[in-house]
Structure formats: structure tokens, C-alpha cells
Design a protein around this ligand. Structure first.
Ligand code: ADP
Ligand code: ASP
Ligand code: MG
Length: 427
């Protein structure tokens, strides 16, 4: 008998019929003798609907008090899901009980809309499991030390599930979604994308952080820190397929590099439309300038991603950086009101229509010329690179948003990811 955590995403929970289907699948695992904890997301579209309602009522001022209420509102989608799933399981003849984050409790810090899980108390959950119940816990939400409801950021149910699995030392965390695993890139953008049978934890971390929304990055961080065995698989297979077959499907996140992994130089391509670029023009090239610009941005709690400072001419230089597109207006306002006057620069250029495309692969550690091949491929399609950043296992470029799909497809092909032969053998 194993302790298994299942996570079901919004599409998998998207209708009463799908919820019944999830219940049948979970009941099958429970009847096979496993202790089951299930973490569902809100039904698809629900979180967007709730946040749009909030924006409709109060679009302008998102101070801390307002952020608290956003979490109060957004967290309700998951409460509906867990109750519905418990009902569906009970209708299957399977005892089940649902809990919200605060009932467990899942304790987080107080950063509304992007809270981090600090601890999970599993006493209540274990008692229910011991009593033969399936336990269903809301994804995406928790409670801070003052009793306020928090949410974990978009896609946060992945993190809830892995955190529950880590806290309970579960034997495996299965992330059921609307694709049948992790692909070389988003299969909705490149139909030729290939499913990876395994992906290393490091690569998955990069893919998630660079925009592949198949897993929220924090969930991968948790899995790495606590070595949670984790697999991404489809919730759209027939619910009654054999458990052994189901348990071996999808994509396994691995923690050890094996030799086969070395073969693929580039394992995947990630992209993100969520960025906006700013260039402060004619900045005096003196010590402390980067701090004056980015310190002010950080103080406003705006995350900066890519940073480039050009060589100076006549004592002046241009300084560019990217932020999340949601922070575009706030960053513009801040530069205008505070930063430009404080550094004596005349103007800045703001571009919200950029994107970041990244190639990721452990094999890049041991191969030279991978980045230059990326640049060549982009130049052959006439795509101008605005910024570049690299690490040991990834190279990212910032380009105009209109070229995003073209770039992803060209790179996918050039790095042989279109062909099934390029994909690692089954582990
Ligand atoms: P869920 O609601 O189950 O959490 P998400 O929409 O958050 O599902 O994540 C699954 C989606 O992630 C897929 O439908 C796919 O479009 C997208 N995706 C992006 N990159 C990848 C990738 N490399 N492999 C698989 N899916 C990806
Ligand atoms: N419902 C939340 C969202 O839409 C959390 C999740 O689905 O993982 O972002
Ligand atoms: Mg998701």
C-alpha cells in the first residue's frame, strides 16, 4: 500500500462529467489499496472569472488591503472543486472528505497572490486516511500566521500538491493535466513537439521558470528540495486503464543525470509572452547607477528578469531590463516619477510587445556552439535579438513578440526536436 497524491488541473475538473471521471479514477486507485490525497484546481476558467469580477469592481488601486481581498475571492474556486469532487467520490461509494487550505492547515507567508508555503500539518489528513477516506485538499491556497487566506500564484495547485506530497512523504505525486506529459515545447504552439519520457529536475526547473506553464516553478523547486517522485500525465485517458499502465505513462521528473540524458543537447524550448522591456537612455556611466535604477524597481516589489547595460560613449550609456508585463504601468510610472530625475537621464523607451524564447538542455554543459547555432537560426529567419542571457543549461533571447511562434518552431526544428529519434529512450 502506498500513499499517493493526485493533482487535477482546471480542464480535468472542467465539468460535472469530468469531475465524475476524476472520482472514478481516484476510486480505482483507492480500491487498489492505496491511501489517496487529491489536490484539485478550480474548474477551468473559474479563477479568471473570479479575478475579472474583482477587477470589474475595483480596477485601479491594488494596495495590500486590496490584494488580501483578491485572495479571498480567487481562493473560492478551489473550495467549490473539492466539495464537488468529494460528492462525486461519495456517489461512487468511496468515503471522501474535503478541506480548504485553512482547515488542514496549509500555512504560508503573507505575500498575497504569491504566497509561499511554510508548513503543512498532516494530522487531520492522516486520521482520515487511516479511517479509509480519500482526502481532498484545495490547491492554490493557504493561510498566513494571522489567519488571512492567501493564494500561491497562478498555477499554484501544482505547488500545493507537491508540498502535500513532501509533507506527508508520499510515495509519488501524480500531476494529471490536459496533455499527456512534458513535451519538447508547448504542443499547442508546435504540433510536432515530442513527449519526453523523462526530464531531469534541473531542466524542468529551467523550463518552468522560463515560461512552460505545464508546471508551476515552485512545485518543481519543492520536488527537488524534498526529492518528491513526480510525474506529469493525462487525465484524459480512459479512467479504467490498468493502474500499472497509468503509473508508467506521461513524463517522470528525474533527479539523477544518466548517460542517455547527455545525448540531447537541447531538450526543450520554453517561451514567455509575459514580459515588457524598458531602456533608460543616456544614463551617466558612473558607479551606483544600476543600483539607483534597479534598487528603486525592487523597492516597489517589481521583479526584474533580463538586464543589459551597453558600453558607454562620452560617459553615457543605455540600460535595459525586462519586467513582468503586469508590472508595465507601475514600472513606467516609477521611472518617470522617481528614477529619471534621480539619475539625470532624459528619457526611457518602453516596449510591452516583447517575448523571451529559451533553449534548455543539460547537454549544453558539455557542448560548445549551441548558443551560436540558436543565433544563426534566428538570423536566418530575420529575427532581431534584443537581449541575451545564458546559464549553464539554457540560453534565452528577448525578441519582438510577433516573431515568437516563428522562432520557437525554427529552433524546435533546428535542434532536431521535431523528430521522435531525438527524444531520449524510455528510462
Ligand atoms: P492544468 O490546468 O492541468 O494545471 P495548465 O494549463 O496549467 O494545466 O498546463 C498544461 C498546459 O501547459 C498544456 O495544455 C500546454 O499547452 C502547456 N504547456 C506549455 N509548455 C508545455 C510543455 N513543454 N509540455 C507540455 N505542455 C506544455
Ligand atoms: N486555479 C488556479 C489558477 O487558475 C490555480 C491552478 O489552477 O493551479 O491559477
Ligand atoms: Mg497548471
Amino acid at each position: 500500500m502506498a500513499l499517493i497524491v493526485h493533482k487535477y488541473g482546471g480542464t480535468s475538473m472542467g465539468s460535472p462529467e469530468r469531475i465524475r471521471n476524476v472520482a472514478k479514477r481516484v476510486a480505482k486507485w483507492a480500491r487498489a489499496g492505496h491511501q489517496m490525497v487529491v489536490v484539485p484546481s478550480a474548474m477551468s476558467g473559474e479563477t479568471n472569472r473570479l479575478l475579472a469580477l474583482a477587477k470589474d469592481v475595483q480596477p485601479a488601486n491594488l494596495d495590500a488591503a486590496a490584494m488580501r481581498e483578491l485572495d479571498m475571492i480567487a481562493s473560492t474556486g478551489e473550495q467549490v472543486s473539492v466539495g464537488l469532487l468529494a460528492l462525486a467520490l461519495q456517489a461512487e461509494g468511496m468515503p471522501a472528505v474535503s478541506y480548504t487550505g485553512w482547515q488542514v492547515p496549509v500555512k504560508t507567508d503573507s505575500s498575497y497572490t504569491k504566497a509561499r508555503i511554510e508548513s503543512i500539518d498532516d494530522v487531520r489528513v492522516r486520521a482520515d486516511l487511516a479511517a479509509g477516506k480519500v482526502v481532498i485538499i484545495t490547491g492554490f491556497q493557504g493561510i498566513d500566521s494571522d489567519g488571512h487566506i492567501t493564494t500561491l500564484g497562478r498555477g499554484g495547485s501544482d505547488t500545493s500538491a507537491v508540498a502535500v506530497a513532501a509533507a506527508m512523504k508520499a510515495d509519488e505525486c501524480l500531476i494529471y493535466t490536459d496533455v499527456d506529459g512534458v513535451y519538447t515545447t508547448d504542443p499547442r504552439v508546435v504540433p510536432e513537439a515530442q513527449r519526453l519520457h523523462t526530464i531531469s529536475f534541473e531542466e524542468m526547473l529551467e523550463m518552468a521558470s522560463l515560461g512552460s506553464k505545464v508546471l508551476q516553478i515552485r512545485s518543481v523547486e519543492f520536488a527537488g528540495k524534498y526529492r518528491v517522485p513526480m510525474r506529469v500525465l493525462s487525465s484524459f485517458t480512459p479512467w479504467d486503464i490498468a493502474i500499472e499502465e497509468e503509473a508508467a505513462s506521461g513524463t517522470l521528473i528525474t533527479f539523477e543525470e544518466d548517460e542517455k540524458m547527455e545525448k540531447a543537447v537541447v531538450s526543450g524550448i520554453a517561451f514567455s509572452r509575459d514580459e515588457a522591456k524598458f531602456t533608460v537612455v543616456g544614463v551617466p556611466d558612473t558607479p551606483g547607477i544600476a543600483y539607483k535604477i534597479l534598487g528603486a524597481v525592487a523597492d516597489a516589489n517589481i521583479d526584474v528578469d533580463v538586464i543589459v547595460q551597453n558600453v558607454s560613449h562620452d560617459g553615457r550609456t543605455d540600460f535595459s531590463f525586462t519586467v513582468n508585463r503586469n508590472d508595465f504601468q507601475r514600472t513606467s510610472d516609477l521611472l518617470k516619477s522617481t528614477v529619471l530625475p534621480s539619475i539625470g537621464a532624459a528619457q526611457f523607451i518602453a516596449d510591452p510587445k516583447i517575448c523571451k524564447v529559451s533553449i534548455v538542455g543539460i547537454g549544453m554543459k558539455s557542448h560548445v556552439g549551441v548558443a551560436s547555432k540558436m543565433f544563426r537560426v534566428l538570423s536566418e529567419d530575420g529575427i532581431n535579438i534584443q537581449m541575451i542571457t545564458t546559464s549553464e543549461i539554457k540560453t534565452s533571447v528577448v525578441i519582438a513578440e510577433k516573431y515568437m511562434e516563428l522562432a520557437v518552431r525554427a529552433l524546435h526544428k533546428a535542434f532536431d526536436l521535431d523528430s521522435p529519434d531525438a527524444i531520449r529512450a524510455e528510462a
